[in-house]
Design a protein around this ligand. Structure first.
Ligand code: ADP
Length: 303
């Protein structure tokens, strides 16, 4: 059985239903990818590496992971800290506003409380958010772990998921993102991220910037425009079927990554995997929230 470890932060998600009514669930970029990867490839072992608190919401997250068949062997407890939380409000025009309470969350301490680092795994996945929430000492521990995993033959997968509010400034963010890219075997740059962070306006800019990092497989997402892939065989363009009745784009990129990696691990080629990832993402954006009902996804991807 192939083993994947996904590292990051899962938060409590509160979605306002108008007035004071809220719907509570659990989400976060890397967690969303873990969920869609496992749902798309049930025969792959997916563990989530994070730290949670000892509060009741942290316990509920463990049950949610159990429901998704995500392994909790890499979930560490951090006493005196809680899960991070974010709230989403959608106005009458459909515009979403986010508010976050995550600064001192348990997940920011993951590398400090990790006692049994993952080893002998096939794939390790992390994002720019996973790195941004750590202090510098823990970032070095993370890169030590990645170096050890690479040495063992593990594939490293990275998505920048640039969130300006998590970084002191663009220069610092760029330096860390470039360091992350340079250890990646598979990378998922997003068009919006690269425009905001580096000022790149097209795929050539992105691939040009990443060329010195020697990433084996670069998969560039660009909304409904399509997916561009670069690997040792060359460049490929994979069209995406445009979804017109978009309900909520939250987790589109994360879902794409989960579907893509599930297909790749199952032995599919890069273009077929991108089409599958796009199908998963295209389904997710037709439903509210980051994690959509299991049945909704099954029905759409099997149709
Ligand atoms: P991110 O969420 O990282 O910004 P994108 O907006 O590029 O990522 O979207 C990720 C993936 O979601 C795309 O590669 C595509 O497969 C799918 N997607 C996003 N928007 C649409 C859309 N309007 N129609 C169809 N697919 C979409």
């Amino acid at each position: 059985m192939k083993k994947v470890v996904i590292f990051g932060e899962c938060m409590v998600e509160l979605v306002s239903k108008g007035g004071n009514d809220m719907i509570k669930s659990f989400a976060g970029d890397t967690y969303n990818t873990a969920v869609y990867l496992k749902r798309s490839a049930p025969n792959v072992s997916v563990s989530y590496l994070t730290a949670i608190g000892e509060d009741f919401l942290s316990n509920e997250l463990l049950f949610a992971m159990g429901d998704e068949q995500i392994n909790t062997d890499q979930v560490y407890r951090c006493s005196k800290r809680n899960l991070g939380l974010y709230m989403v409000r959608t106005d009458k025009q459909g515009e979403r506003t986010f508010a976050y309470w995550r600064d001192n969350s348990a997940a920011t301490q993951t590398l400090n409380v990790m006692t049994q680092p993952p080893q002998q795994i096939d794939m390790f996945y992390f994002s720019g958010i996973s790195v941004a929430i750590l202090d510098e000492v823990q970032r070095e521990k993370l890169f030590d772990l990645i170096a050890e995993l690479k040495h063992q033959g593990c594939e490293i997968v990275f998505d920048p998921n640039y969130r300006p509010r998590l970084w002191p400034d663009k220069d610092v963010a760029q330096a860390w993102m470039d360091r992350c890219y340079s250890v990646a075997d598979i990378a998922f740059p997003g068009g919006d991220d690269h425009l905001a962070l580096y000022g790149h306006t097209d795929a050539d800019d992105v691939f040009g910037h990443l060329a010195p990092m020697r990433i084996g497989e670069t998969v560039m997402k660009n909304g409904a425009v399509g997916v561009r892939i670069k690997n040792a065989q060359g460049q490929f363009i994979v069209p995406v079927e445009k979804v017109n009745d978009v309900v909520d784009t939250t987790a589109a990129g994360d879902a794409f990554n989960g579907g893509y990696l599930a297909a790749r691990i199952s032995g599919k080629g890069v273009t077929e995997s991108a089409s599958y990832g796009a199908k998963v993402a295209g389904t997710v954006i037709q439903h509210p929230g980051a994690i959509i009902p299991v049945e909704a996804l099954k029905k759409a991807v099997n149709s």
